[in-house]
Design a protein around this ligand. Structure first.
Ligand SMILES: C[S@@+](CC[C@H](N)C(=O)[O-])C[C@H]1O[C@@H](n2cnc3c(N)ncnc32)[C@H](O)[C@@H]1O
Length: 205
């Protein structure tokens, strides 16, 4: 999802594998790998030593990212952490052209939040790995797209593409909801909510 020749800031770099792959595969021309904890940062520095063009930074979120890094990757965190990273550095949004985000929670809220900040979705991928469903979303600065509630929940591009992992994930969600409906003492209000959720998923699968 990274355009060739991009200058990429990798926030929450941990071991640095994302930046290392981007450099080794000649995708990014330079990476700025950020980690805010000393343990992972030490590993990051050691791992990146033999790979050129990766600057490592022991710092918080976007705070130290130079303005030339116009593509930002934030992968492997929950939405609340991602949201705080962006809110803590709103001035940096003036120069960040693209975000590629793999949020492990609340992707519905993530799409809405980035949309409010005037970023539109230009690419989305989803995959099931070790039974966990991941959505990876690429946003570009552009305020032209408005998303429906169904776009926010399922992803505007994912719900069009409906790849095998997308179908499998939502088939599993349907099974979970149908088994909830079989619980006898479930109250009527909850039953109604579950039925609405089921209809919504069935419309988008
Ligand atoms: C689960 S790892 C994900 C590693 C890598 N991005 C990946 O997807 O494989 C999340 C990393 O983000 C770091 N992190 C969390 N909040 C951060 C922040 N505000 N600034 C920089 N790093 C942060 C954590 O210390 C941790 O190493």
């Amino acid at each position: 999802m990274v355009d060739k020749g991009s200058l990429v800031a990798d926030i929450g770099s941990d071991h640095g594998y994302v930046s290392i792959e981007l450099i080794d595969r000649n995708i990014a021309s330079k990476c700025f790998a950020v980690e805010n904890k000393i343990g992972p940062y030490t590993t990051l520095v050691a791992n990146c030593l033999s790979h050129g063009n990766i600057i490592t930074s022991l710092s918080d979120g976007l705070t130290q990212v130079p303005s030339e890094f116009k593509t930002v990757i934030i992968a492997g965190m929950g939405f609340e952490t991602i949201k705080n990273i962006l809110l803590d550095s709103k001035d940096k949004l003036d120069y960040i052209e693209e975000f590629i985000i793999d949020s492990h929670t609340l992707t519905h809220e993530l799409r809405a939040f980035l949309n409010e900040l005037n970023y539109s979705i230009i690419d989305e991928k989803c995959i099931i790995e070790k039974s966990i469903f991941y959505e990876i979303i690429k946003f570009k600065k552009d305020n032209s797209t408005k998303l429906s509630q169904e776009d926010l929940k399922f992803g505007p591009l994912l719900r069009k593409e409906k790849n095998d992992d997308y179908k499998l994930h939502y088939e599993n969600e349907i099974k979970k909801l149908e088994s909830l409906l079989k619980i006898e003492n479930i109250n009527e209000e909850r039953r109604k909510e579950i039925n609405e959720e089921l209809e919504l998923i069935k419309r988008n699968i």
